[in-house]
Design a protein around this ligand. Structure first.
Ligand SMILES: Nc1ncnc2c1ncn2[C@@H]1O[C@H](COP(=O)(O)OP(=O)(O)OP(=O)(O)O)[C@@H](O)[C@H]1O
Ligand SMILES: [Mg+2]
Length: 606
């Protein structure tokens, strides 16, 4: 009895804690199901209740039918029909469930995937610099891909089993209260071991999320075009495959160990249940022999006890299914709600004409890093200025560009535009950029350019003009379907471009957007000398109308800027016009002379 009390107390303590954790997750799921599939859900619950009640009806019909065998007054045929009817009804209800569950799965899955993609595209860019973000994204993607219908089916079947469980306990208690108590004692260790198993799976699952991402990464390296050339050239296929296999084996091993542990623990408790059922059956037969219960009641209870055994077994199966679902799904509500509260700030439209942008003692450290990428930067940029940012690799040039675009927020200091904090203004519609790692969209030429300013996507005249200014018009003319040519290799009829042509498309896109603040991060890295020359001279033409920040390693082009910022180790080392910096004869002048020596002397001067 003491054991039973301890067990009950343990369950009683753990239930509220479990509920606290699981209820918000399941109520979120319920909310989504209700939002997307009201009718299916209602139908589903009706079917579930019908199926659950059928077991009670069957047991009742069996009792009456067998007891009526010796009694001519009894409505034998009626109870026989009841028995067959309830069995058929249950079968119909059980087979309708997968159909409704399938529909629910489609609706809910689509809704969650949409929310997941919306959330991923609305999160701050800074999130993408953290491994934790990728892990939570991976978990959420897995969650939205889950077979929600089958889990709802498991929940439904579990609920049916719960109703059946109550029916069995009441029926047995009706005959022998002690027998019912014995059955309850029997299922207690099962419930505890299932809870433990659930906990073990949650832990393994959580730990496996980074492993899954690594697996995906190594799989992509072996299968994606981007890595295909080096894979062949360097003979990397075994290297990639072995890495994938090592991680995959680790993942399988961890899961196997968790499953083995769980199987050992649950086996013992199931054996206990079998023994108790045996004892209860013995007691019932004994009662029937001494006439305390009728034969009909005995047969019906034996039928129920048979169900009881199946209920306990299947319950563990469904709980396992639900907890696996819960393991993945539990992170989704938080991921979808992430940042929802802080985000909606009212943005002020900045004054664009004569705007002055100031970096005031700005530092920025990437998530998980200790050393700032840039520190204590003070910089004032006037409207219409063209500024060249130069410096060694890793000096912080691209970081400054992203801060200028308000894609990152300073970790220290402020950036203001005309006295307003940049992050409180509606800045991004006025800015655009060609990034160092610009995008190659596997879309048509029109879409590749048009996404720069989606409302003008059908304005051919503007598009051709933007292409002309970026020396891409000729390339479009060479394409069979002109603006409607599909680019990239992912889809049929796609035409892949050269590295330089892709970069030119990115430049046309930016030109098409036509915003007053523009960032070019190494815009000429893949361009031929003629196109590069044209590009930089176009930058000079743009200078009067736009504020341009361009990052370059070709110091010859920096001469075109009104001002040059020379960055080193995240700080501004030198600042001024080309003439001033050359006169200063510092780091900029040394680099400039080093580069120009390529063109003036035979020896490069290393
Ligand atoms: N996502 C990131 N997470 C952590 N550190 C980063 C990240 N991106 C850049 N860094 C670090 O921040 C520093 C500045 O990087 P940044 O990309 O701004 O340099 P850069 O001057 O543009 O270099 P490059 O000329 O090679 O493009 C470097 O030390 C780099 O290692
Ligand atoms: Mg860079």
């Amino acid at each position: 009895m003491r054991f039973f009390t301890l067990m009950t107390r343990k369950i009683a303590y753990s239930i509220p804690i479990q509920c606290q954790k699981t209820l918000p997750v399941f109520s979120f799921l319920l909310e989504v199901v209700w939002k997307t599939s009201k009718r299916s859900m209602l139908f589903f619950f009706i079917v579930m209740i019908v199926a659950g009640s059928c077991t009670a009806l069957e047991a009742w019909a069996i009792t009456e039918f067998i007891n009526g065998l010796h009694d001519t007054e009894h409505h034998l045929f009626f109870w026989f029909l009841c028995l067959i009817g309830s069995m058929l009804l249950k079968e119909v209800a059980m087979s309708a469930q997968p159909l409704i569950a399938g529909q629910l799965n489609e609706n809910v899955g689509e809704y969650l995937k949409t929310r997941c993609y919306e959330k991923a595209s609305s999160l701050d860019l800074i999130g993408f610099d953290s491994a934790d973000y990728y892990d939570s994204l991976e978990r959420s993607k897995q969650a939205s891909n889950k077979d929600i219908g089958s889990t709802i089916e498991s929940v439904a079947r579990l609920s049916i089993h719960f109703i059946e469980f109550i029916v069995v306990i009441i029926a047995v208690a009706h005959i022998h209260a002690y027998a019912a108590i014995l059955l309850l004692i029997g299922v207690t260790p099962v419930a505890l071991s299932l809870k433990k198993a659930n906990h073990a799976f949650i832990q393994v699952n959580y730990q496996q999320s980074p492993l899954q991402r690594q697996l995906n990464y190594w799989r992509d390296l072996s299968t994606k075009k981007e890595s295909a050339a080096e894979l062949r050239l360097f003979g990397l296929s075994n290297f990639f495959l072995n890495r994938w296999k090592t991680i995959s084996h680790r993942k399988i091993d961890d899961m196997y160990k968790a499953k083995k542990k769980v199987a050992n623990e649950t086996l013992l408790s199931f054996l206990g249940v079998e023994i108790l059922i045996g004892v209860v059956i013995g007691a019932l037969v004994f009662s029937a022999v001494y006439g305390t219960i009728s034969i009909g009641l005995l047969v019906a209870t034996l039928y129920l006890l048979n169900r009881f055994e199946e209920i306990v077994r299947m319950t563990s199966f469904y709980i396992d299914d639900i907890s696996r679902f819960y393991n993945d799904f539990q992170y989704l509500p938080d991921f979808l709600k992430h940042n929802d509260i802080e985000k909606p700030r009212k943005k002020v439209s900045p004054r664009i004409a004569d705007a002055i942008l100031e970096f005031k003692d700005v530092s920025f450290t990437y998530p998980g890093q200790t050393k700032p990428a840039i520190h204590h930067i003070n910089l004032t940029i006037h409207s219409g200025e063209t500024i060249a940012v130069v410096g060694e690799n890793g000096a912080g040039k691209s970081t400054i560009a992203k801060l200028f675009l308000n894609l990152y927020e300073p970790t220290y200091g402020t950036i203001v535009v005309n006295g307003l904090r940049l992050n409180e203004t509606d800045w991004q519609p006025h800015a655009n950029a060609v990034f160092q790692n610009y995008m190659r969209y596997h879309l048509t030429v029109r879409e590749n350019i048009g996404i720069g300013s989606i409302t003008d996507i059908h304005n051919d005249e503007k598009m051709y003009q933007a292409a002309k200014e970026t020396d891409f018009l000729q390339d479009i003319r060479f394409l069979k379907q002109g603006l409607n040519t599909m680019l990239g290799h992912l889809f049929s009829d796609g035409k892949d471009l050269s590295g330089g042509q892709w970069q030119k498309i990115a430049l046309v896109r930016s030109n098409f957007r036509d915003s007053p603040f523009v960032v070019f991060d190494e815009p000429a890295a893949s361009l031929d000398p003629k196109t590069e020359f044209q590009l930089y001279h176009r930058l000079r033409d743009m200078a009067m109308e736009k504020t341009v920040l361009f990052i370059t390693h070709r110091l010859g082009s920096a001469q075109l800027a009104d001002r040059i910022i020379f960055l080193s180790n995240g700080t501004i080392l030198e600042e001024g016009s080309h003439e001033k910096l050359m006169h200063q004869n510092g780091a900029y002048a040394r680099l400039y002379k080093l580069q120009s020596s390529w063109y003036t002397t035979k020896e490069a001067g290393f």
